[in-house]
Write a new protein. Structure first.
Length: 1085
């Protein structure tokens, strides 16, 4: 008995290699052994095999094959037989030399006809396979492909969970339908090589009984280099199957051959098709007019781009679990806000799980997932420290020894692999059963793909999968928030989300695919426009209409405009089409030189509103003829259009246009920035008509941009797919028809920017870090004072004084009681505004990767000055509300406490490293502790979020209270404005924390860590670090109800001044308007 090695023909081409497996590795019976004379002195044994083959096994390095011998073999150093030469390989080589592989590949394709058997596996009641065959998702998708091709030519998408047999489905498609030359495109080199090996052997099809033994294997080409000339494409003509990565085909230098490649291919198969959203790849794929098949585990890319193509078959994840193709997933959550501690806990738990699995005889491996190379290197050191016996290895794109590390993993020499997205797609190693996720996937697409690596059932001694992740700090979608909750059942949720993702994808694809194409001919075949790629900007005109006759739109098309593509979606009454114009070129009389202008038009009729929306990229016309051709009666214009600005909070205009009365050359004027104030003044004084408005604001908790024109148009800076435009139009239309929206009130309450050259004569409420800093995470902003550095969470910006004569505001940076630097902001002069350092020592700031002196940073991004009338000074721009008449502080917000046992001139419990008694903070903290609050945290000192931060779990919500305390300068309450201004300033500055709860958790833990290095053991007056983790978890389940309280015993409820109330009212109004939170005051009687 001999074990013949596989007989493989290989040939090199300029851009790759072809492989053809003539015969697989197989055991053969030796009938007898004869001798053959090689030369006068050399004899070799000839093995006569049962099938008639005659082979020589030699000990020589080389041996020329005698004509009567079929093949010559020798033993390699590992003791395995390898071919030196073989008659069949030489036949293939001869055909290759004669350029006749193309004919051979056609012969092979013809050979497959009638050799495929459509049958599926059968299982008994216990789930054991009793008859081999294709799995349900494989046979189901195979029939769906045949059905689709019998009627359609459009791209088709197959949705199958990772691990259910996509590759075998591709192989079955190849031999069952003999579609011609097949190009298989994959996202990575690893997947390219795995796919090549599958196609060379035709995978498991013979073993499953779906392919008869005598069927010939295909000639498989692997593209490894980008083509540089058309002659390089010869390899495509000689093969049955061509395997390539998306990168090698869609790179710019290869794009010039896209049409030539498409002409040589009959079927394009895209594996892991959620990568097809890349623009360069879309451009390449659009050249294929032949059949296109797309396989994916999820219909969404991680960047949200769409996998187009009609979904002709979807095998849900829950079906894969029920049918036994996936192992169950055990999710072990770690909850640790501190990321460094979280990494160590994840590693320890994952290593412990690996030890337990191995002790139970399971052949398990662990994958450690990191977001980038730097993180992976750092995390590797943790696993080397706690799990060195498992020989951890690292794999990433820049690691020269990645292949060796991968081999160690496959051989079992290493049990832990730390990777950077290297093993996520296409990597087939069923022993991977533990996933330690140090940097979580923020995309459902990636999660669905990633988990397939850990749930496969193939392999020996394989148990259930375990996923370990830190769930404390997840900036993720609702779906992933549920997935990363503590008691999440991944088996159920992944199934649910997989189906929801497919359904959501199908909704968009169904809209596009159910859009009827109305144009019958194509004037310019060189320019193909796919409706899947249309992303109009959100913009529309409004027309009254009682009916919709979309197919009559052509009657309104002006002369000289050519219709290129037209689609109609009947269900939503939406018509969209692309037009082409060729305007005259003024600088030449030649008829051969032409300009081309393309435009997209969308018409949508809302029957309930009796409105026709007309959106067009051509803004030079109202397209009234087109509108009336489809059923419009009149355009909607005038003041009602400004209703689109209704229900938008803190609306700030960027520009405003006025239509004036009077002379012809002064009919229109446009104003931008601070000139908007002038425009509104002119409008009110002269009766000019507001022609257009453009601004930003907040609507439904979302920052938006919006513009509108008196003539009837509303627009946004955003763009979206056609269904999103339709939804946006319907929403704007609701406001246009809403008679309760008074446009006069909208304009009256808008924020107006105004350039100033001197300081306003106003009382300053607060000075704050510029918004550009507040948008950053605290750890990304660091202040340096010589060798001393502190994050912005430890630094305060404080007002010192104002000088009206010099138009200067003096302020300082302070850390606790230590002054870091003094600065002066001056308004006016040649530089408009400037910030200069007035102290001696230079201070620098680092924001992300940018470092520069603080005064230079502030000269670009000045501190925000807020006044008690709610106007704001941003550099030389004063942004003020139109009306401040309604700013009041409600009487019911006063709460009187007894301060008889408290020294109201002493605010802080801790000062100069010592604890103080009878302070305001101690009295307030005790009240919250006795009130049953779970956490009372002393955050007092520079960089504070508040003096006290308090949390309490209620039955239906979480109370989250920020308490700001301030001492008074006298022993008894009085009428001092200063007693109110600073504490109100602190309250206003703390508004940001409502939207940054996870950052507040980090802030608390960072402050607690630094406190442990000082005289006090902890800042927690009630609760602990573990409680912060608990409340961060509870946020996922319960509503967070924030409260902001100021405490000033120096203020009297019965004896206060209008000036004090004005300051309180300003702070109250600001908090109510921006974050919707009331301001409460605890004071004296």
């Amino acid at each position: 008995m001999l074990n013949l090695p596989p007989l493989l023909f290989q040939a090199k081409y300029s851009i790759g290699m072809v492989d053809h497996l003539i015969s697989p590795e197989k055991p053969v019976v030796v009938s007898r052994i004869n001798k053959i004379k090689i030369s006068s002195r050399i004899e070799e044994d000839v093995y006569i095999l049962e099938d008639g083959q005659r082979v020589i096994i030699t000990e020589r390095k080389t041996l020329e094959r005698p004509d009567e011998i079929d093949g010559v073999l020798k033993y390699n150093p590992e003791g395995k037989l390898i071919w030196i030469s073989n008659k069949l390989v030489e036949v293939f080589q001869e055909r290759f030399n004669k350029n006749s592989l193309r004919e051979l590949s056609e012969e092979i394709s013809s050979n497959w006809k009638g050799h495929f058997n459509f049958h599926s596996e059968q299982k008994d009641d216990d789930g054991s396979v009793i008859v081999k065959g294709l799995r349900p998702p494989q046979i189901g998708s195979l029939h769906a492909i045949g059905a689709h091709w019998s009627l359609h030519k459009q791209p088709a998408t197959i949705v199958m969970p990772t691990g259910t047999g996509k590759t075998e489905t591709m192989l079955s498609t190849l031999v069952a339908y003999s579609p011609g030359k097949v190009l298989v495109v994959v996202p990575s080199k690893i997947l390219r090589d795995q796919t090549k090996n599958k196609f060379i052997t035709l995978g498991l099809l013979r073993h499953l009984g779906n392919l008869y033994t005598e069927a010939t294997n295909p000639i498989v080409a692997t593209i490894t280099k980008r083509p540089k000339r058309v002659e390089d494409l010869k390899i495509l003509e000689d093969a049955n199957v061509i395997i390539a990565t998306m990168a090698v085909l869609s790179e710019q230098s290869a794009m010039q051959f896209a049409n030539d490649i498409a002409d040589r291919i009959d079927l394009l198969i895209v594996d892991e098709a959620h990568h097809i959203g890349a623009n360069s790849w879309i451009t390449f794929r659009e050249n294929f007019k032949q059949k296109v098949l797309q396989f994916t585990a999820t219909p969404y890319r991680r960047d949200g781009k769409l996998v187009d193509g009609k979904v002709i078959y979807e095998y849900p994840l829950h079906s894969a679990q029920q049918d036994g193709y996936f192992k169950k997933i055990s999710f072990r959550p770690v909850y640790e806000i501190d990321p460094d501690d979280g990494d160590i806990i994840i590693a320890k738990q994952a290593i412990q799980q690996l030890k337990e699995d191995i002790s139970e005889g399971k052949n398990h491996l662990m994958m450690v997932r990191c977001k980038n190379i730097a993180r992976a290197t750092c995390i590797l050191s943790i696993y080397n420290e706690f799990g060195s016996e498992f020989n951890p290895v690292i794999i990433h794109s820049e690691e020269d020894e990645s292949e060796e590390a991968l081999n160690n993993l496959k051989s079992g020499n290493s049990k832990i692999v730390v990777c950077v997205n290297m093993l996520g797609e296409g990597f087939d190693l069923p022993e991977l059963k533990i996933a330690a996720i140090h940097d979580t996937h923020k995309s459902l697409a990636v999660i669905l793909q990633f988990t397939g690596r850990f749930t496969r059932t193939a392999g020996e001694n394989i148990g259930d999968a375990t996923v370990i992740a830190n769930i404390a700090d997840q900036d993720v979608s609702y779906a992933l928030e549920r997935l990363y909750s503590e008691d999440a059942d991944w088996n159920q949720l992944l199934s649910e989300f997989s189906s929801e993702a497919a359904r959501s994808h199908n909704a968009l694809i169904n809209f596009l695919n159910s859009s009827e194409k109305l144009d019958q001919s194509v004037e310019d075949e060189q320019i193909e426009i796919s409706h899947h790629l249309l992303r109009p900007t959100l913009s529309t005109l409004f027309y009254k209409a009682n009916s919709f006759r979309p197919k009559k739109f052509i009657e309104g098309i002006p002369k000289g405009i050519y219709i290129h593509r037209v689609w109609l979606h009947q269900e939503s009454n939406t018509l969209y089409f692309v037009t082409r114009a060729e305007p005259h070129i003024r600088w030449t009389r030649s008829n051969k030189v032409k300009d081309r202008t393309w435009h997209l038009h969308v018409l949508h009729f809302n029957e309930d509103q009796n409105l026709l929306y007309l959106s067009s990229s051509d803004k030079s016309s109202k397209h009234e003829k087109i509108a009336k051709a489809v059923g419009a009666t009149e355009i909607v214009s005038g003041d009602v259009i400004f209703r689109s600005l209704g229900n938008i909070n803190r609306l700030l205009f960027q520009n405003l246009g006025l239509q004036k009365h009077g002379r012809r050359n002064l009919r229109y004027a446009s104003y931008a920035g601070s000139d908007v104030a002038t425009a509104l003044s002119i409008s009110e004084r002269t009766g000019s008509i507001k022609s257009n408005l453009n601004g930003t604001g907040w609507e439904n908790g979302r920052f938006i941009s919006i513009g509108c024109s008196y003539k009837g148009r509303v627009w946004s800076r955003e763009a979206g797919v056609i269904p999103e435009l339709v939804e946006w139009c319907d929403g704007i239309g609701e406001k246009i028809l809403d008679d309760s929206i008074d446009t006069r009130n909208i304009i009256a309450n808008v924020l107006i920017p105004e350039e100033v050259t001197e300081l306003p004569d106003k009382v300053i409420l607060s000075i704050e870090w510029p918004i550009e800093i507040l948008r950053q995470s605290e750890e990304r902003v660091v202040i340096y004072n010589g060798d001393n550095e502190k994050s912005i969470s430890m630094i305060d910006i404080e007002l010192i004084k104002t000088d009206k004569e010099t138009n200067t505001i003096e302020f300082c940076l302070r850390s606790d009681d230590e002054l870091w630097g003094n600065y002066a902001l001056t308004i006016g002069g040649a530089e408009v505004f400037k910030v200069r350092r007035t102290s001696t020592d230079p201070i620098s700031i680092t924001v992300g990767n940018i470092s520069l002196p603080v005064e230079d940073y502030f000269s670009d991004y000045p501190p925000l000055i807020r006044f008690v009338d709610l106007s704001e000074l941003d550099g030389d721009l004063l942004v003020r509300p139109q009306s401040t008449e309604n700013i009041v502080f409600p009487e019911e917000r006063f709460e009187v406490w007894d301060w008889s046992e408290v020294d109201i001139t002493k605010e802080s419990m801790w000062k100069d490293g010592a604890k103080r008694e009878n302070t305001i903070q101690e009295r307030v903290a005790q009240e919250f502790i006795e009130g049953g609050f779970d956490v009372v945290f002393d955050d007092d000192s520079s960089g504070e979020a508040a003096d006290l931060i308090c949390f309490k779990e209620e039955e239906d919500c979480i109370r989250f209270v920020l308490v700001h305390c301030k001492f008074t300068t006298a022993q008894s309450p009085g009428e001092r404005v200063k007693d109110v201004v600073e504490v109100c300033s602190q309250a206003v500055r703390s508004a940001k924390w409502k939207w940054k709860f996870k950052n507040l958790g980090k802030h608390i833990l960072e402050r607690e860590k630094k406190a442990s290095n000082g005289p006090r053991e902890t800042r927690f007056l009630k609760g602990s670090k573990a409680d912060i983790n608990k409340f961060a978890k509870l946020m996922r389940l319960k509503e967070l109800k924030p409260e902001i309280i100021i405490v000033q015993p120096g203020l009297s409820r019965s004896n206060h001044t209008p000036e004090q109330i004005a300051v309180l009212a300003a702070a109250y109004s600001y908090l109510k308007e921006t974050i919707g939170v009331d301001l409460d005051l605890i004071c004296s009687e």
